[in-house]
Design a protein around this ligand. Sequence first.
Ligand SMILES: N[C@@H](CCC(=O)N[C@@H](CS)C(=O)NCC(=O)O)C(=O)O
Length: 199
Amino acid sequence: MQLMLTPTSPYARIVRVALMLKGLDSECAMHWVDPPSDTPELVNANPISRVPVLVLDDGTAISETLLIIHYLERRKPDPSLLPSARLYKELSLAGKAMGLVDAAFWIVFNRRFGGKNADEGNTLEERRINAIKRTLEELKKNPPHAVKGLPGLGQLALEVALEYIEFRLPEFNAFESGHLTQWSKPLRQMEAFHLTEFH
Ligand SMILES: N[C@@H](CCC(=O)N[C@@H](CS)C(=O)NCC(=O)O)C(=O)O
């Protein structure tokens, strides 16, 4: 398998960490691409020109983070990122985490490519900012379930979302709440997170 990615994509990092946690990373080569310049191999695999894309050995290309995770779960069910005992908790948390990633990535991408007025008087930007603020507030009030052993999809995606916001949009103070900092500690210590840090 081959994973098309960029070093700072939060979506791609979720897949990378999942590959490592499931012990599939040795079967997957990393193929670094640049979506804004439409790297030909990327466009060929995914005409939408977004990462991540997982290219299987028979050439089948799977895009969209959660679909790739779905494939990985089928390909190697153990260890699972969606254990049945806490399936609903993981799915619910994964939804919030992917929402944070979408909102944060949209703000960052829009500021980079949306021109000078991208973040002034822009209603869409304001909606994304409010969405992030509300979600962080809600996570402070209703903290995610603690990580014990292998993280699930929701926990994994939330850690990546918070680290991405900390990296690109520090003004949100994603880890301002002591509880989230404590919650995130065991994840930050794991090799899969450590080796894929944003920089
Ligand atoms: N819904 C997609 C979003 C992927 C995405 O937006 N990837 C970004 C990198 S962080 C990208 O490649 N953007 C290039 C573009 O939108 O042109 C997923 O879940 O994988």
